[in-house]
Write a protein that binds this ligand. Structure first.
Ligand code: CDM
Ligand code: ATP
Length: 343
């Protein structure tokens, strides 16, 4: 039974295990430090953010498809979801994309139409930015392990992975500044995933300021079944802004290593106001044996606990699942959205 399920899961990915395709890892992140500041004229908020990538990741498979009659006839049947051709801003520019998505670890299917999936938006935007000719075709398959509305940056990391994969398939250098420009337009968290590791970002939390030495410690992630909308958390913040103490912020921005960053997040009370269950998650996680420190990541609703050992992280994750929450034991990592072997 298990083997059958595994085969079915592998069927979509198998279509991509061939020369010319790419496989991109899209790691999750946590915010070790998040200081949200004033609302800016465009509605976004100034933010100083220190993010750290994790070993937990989604996987995005991508391949280009030839323009030929066979493909035209079979397009709709080769992959689950087909995103119809869109004529982009330039009259002679169009990109045809197919996308299938598979959810792992009991995650609910994404409540988002394929054409609105951020990986599709990302490759469309890059296609336009690069001024590519009409007729490009891309097939994509996304394996989701990072829950949504968690503050773990899943969608943002998928978007960065799509940019990295498309750049390789279209022969563009990964350091090309057009990737970073598109990443910034896609969302505040997206640029971080082009570098990964541990980094301090300023502006709206989207402008790289400096790298910190990453850590390798074990982490447990715990998320209640309800998520928090990032936009709603920022709106709730505006109703009751609570600045972070200047001395704490100074310590955070001057830290050279992830381990020296004081854990702080001033979106927490806003998110807690939207989802009171968060207080219970924080208290429960803080009381687990071997969990050294606890913080909500981004706008929530996931919390992370930095653990003494991986065994402690695994035990806390098991107990959290038994309490009805989504949970994972993982570790901090220095990964970015990056190409990995096809295997
Ligand atoms: C909470 C964090 O995840 C911390 O890393 C980020 O600040 C949010 O990053 P993100 O999910 O990539 O956010 P985006 O997709 O760019 O924006 C979602 C919504 O969050 C609000 N938003 C986001 C970032 C920011 N600096 N100010 C904001 O006010 C805006 O209402 C925006 O419409
Ligand atoms: N590939 C994708 N993965 C996850 N969500 C996606 C994706 N594409 C579009 N979305 C939409 O984007 C919304 C935000 O996704 P997610 O919670 O992963 O965002 P994020 O900004 O990357 O992370 P964070 O929770 O840190 O804000 C989802 O609720 C979903 O509607």
């Amino acid at each position: 039974m298990m083997a059958l399920a595994r085969d079915a899961q592998d069927a979509d990915a198998r279509k991509f295990r061939r020369p010319g395709a790419v496989r991109v890892m899209a790691p999750a992140k946590v915010n070790l430090f998040l200081a949200v500041g004033d609302k800016l004229p465009d509605g976004y908020h100034a933010a100083t953010s220190i993010m750290h990538s994790l070993l937990l990741h989604d996987v995005l498979w991508m391949k280009t498809e030839p323009q030929n009659a066979f493909w035209d006839e079979n397009w709709a049947t080769l992959d689950g979801n087909v995103v119809e051709t869109e004529n982009n801003a330039l009259a002679n520019e169009s990109l045809r994309i197919s996308l299938s998505v598979r959810n792992f670890d009991g995650l609910e299917p994404l409540a988002v139409a394929p054409e609105d999936n951020i990986v599709v938006r990302a490759v469309r935007m890059l296609h336009r930015e690069l001024g590519r000719p009409a007729g490009d075709r891309l097939a994509m398959h996304l394996e989701k392990r990072i829950p949504v509305q968690a503050g773990l940056g899943g969608g943002s990391s998928d978007a960065a992975a799509a940019l990295v994969g498309a750049a390789r398939l279209w022969g563009v250098d990964q350091d090309d500044p057009r990737l970073e420009a598109v990443a910034q337009r896609l969302g505040a968290d997206v640029p971080f995933f082009l570098r990964g590791g541990c980094a301090c970002l300023t502006g709206k939390g989207d402008v790289f300021d400096h790298a910190l030495k990453p850590m390798k410690k074990p982490v447990v992630l715990v998320k209640p079944s309800t998520g928090v909308s990032t936009a709603a958390a920022y709106r709730a913040f505006d109703a009751a802004p609570c600045p972070i103490d200047a001395a704490v912020k100074e310590r955070a921005v001057s830290a050279a290593a992830a381990e020296d960053v004081p854990l702080a997040n001033n979106l927490m009370s806003a998110s807690e106001g939207l989802l009171p269950e968060l207080a219970a998650v924080a208290e429960w996680l803080g009381s687990q044996s071997g969990v050294e420190s606890v913080l909500m990541s981004g706008s929530g609703s996931a919390f992370f606990g930095v653990c003494r050992t991986f065994a402690a992280a695994a035990a806390a994750a098991g107990a959290a699942k038994a309490a009805g929450w989504w949970a994972r034991a993982t570790t901090f990592s220095s990964a970015a959205a990056m190409l990995v072997p096809l295997r």
